[in-house]
Design a protein around this ligand. Structure first.
Ligand SMILES: C[S@@+](CC[C@H](N)C(=O)[O-])C[C@H]1O[C@@H](n2cnc3c(N)ncnc32)[C@H](O)[C@@H]1O
Length: 250
């Protein structure tokens, strides 16, 4: 159900509000199921016992799961993208396209603001998904949201370690969402980092809950040589927020 006018963190049409409410409810129901909680526990146990960060069987399990970024984190992410005026956003891990909707709303609204000031700008969200069935569901959701969302998204299907290196990437990236299996977080950041503008925001999800799995990523962004300032926002599971500040004195 759409929130009362003016009470939401998000500017969007009633149709988009209703769609987001429906998708978050479906994702939350999956995440709260015993089988899903057991799945996460098994992943952590197998990491501690066998140092297996991910497995092909986990991909099979996740194929019909939303694993959407929670609603409160999505609101925070949208507001960050709006306040920083982000025009080019990369989303690592799209699934059924829920977080992408927020990013697309922010980019569309940032573009409109700048154009209203007479500036000639464009912007887009580069979404990434390797599972064809998930990519198809994401496209359906964006089509249902309408052009305020669908018109801003470029979906790169396939392994993001390849697709993010392909032609047509924006020269400058303002915002990166890492909502991806943990072994991919650092390699993805390293692909995008040369394009990050000064002040770009990088969010990584579940850094508290999955801290051991994020070790290499967290070591990297905490190392002053890599030019990030970083803090963990205490949402459920932890949300690491980093800002790229290449010229900051240590
Ligand atoms: C946590 S989910 C993303 C959820 C999404 N951000 C949302 O809030 O709705 C992570 C997604 O990354 C996808 N993925 C995993 N490995 C990938 C890869 N190498 N390239 C592209 N996508 C990948 C998975 O299929 C999964 O759908």
């Amino acid at each position: 159900m759409a929130p009362p006018a003016g009470r939401s963190a998000i500017s969007a049409s009633p149709r988009v509000h209703a769609l987001l409410a429906r998708l978050h409810a479906a994702s939350e129901a999956q995440e709260k199921s015993l089988s899903q909680i057991w799945f996460y526990l098994k992943r952590l146990i197998s990491f501690y016992l066998f140092r297996t960060p991910w497995a092909a069987s986990a991909d099979d399990h996740m194929r019909d799961k939303f694993v959407a970024l929670e609603e409160d984190k999505c609101h925070f992410m949208y507001l960050l993208a709006r306040s920083s005026g982000a025009l080019n956003i990369v989303e690592a891990g799209t699934s059924f396209g829920v977080s992408t909707i927020y990013l697309a709303l922010a980019v569309g609204q940032n573009v409109a603001d700048q154009r209203a000031q007479g500036k000639t700008v464009t912007g887009r969200v580069i979404a990434t998904e390797k599972e064809p069935t998930k990519a198809a569901r994401a496209r359906e959701h964006w089509a249902e949201a309408g052009d305020e969302v669908a018109g801003v998204i470029e979906l790169r299907e396939g392994d993001l370690l390849e697709t993010l290196k392909m032609d047509g990437m924006p020269e400058q990236v303002d915002f990166l969402l890492l909502d991806i299996w943990t072994p991919l977080a650092l390699p993805t950041l390293k692909i995008i980092q040369p394009r990050l503008r000064k002040g770009a925001v990088v969010l990584a999800d579940n850094t508290k809950m999955a801290r051991p799995l994020y070790k290499e990523y967290l070591d990297y962004i905490h190392d002053p040589a890599n030019s990030f300032k970083t803090t963990e926002v205490p949402y459920s599971g932890g949300l690491q927020m980093s800002v790229y500040l290449p010229d900051a004195s240590v």
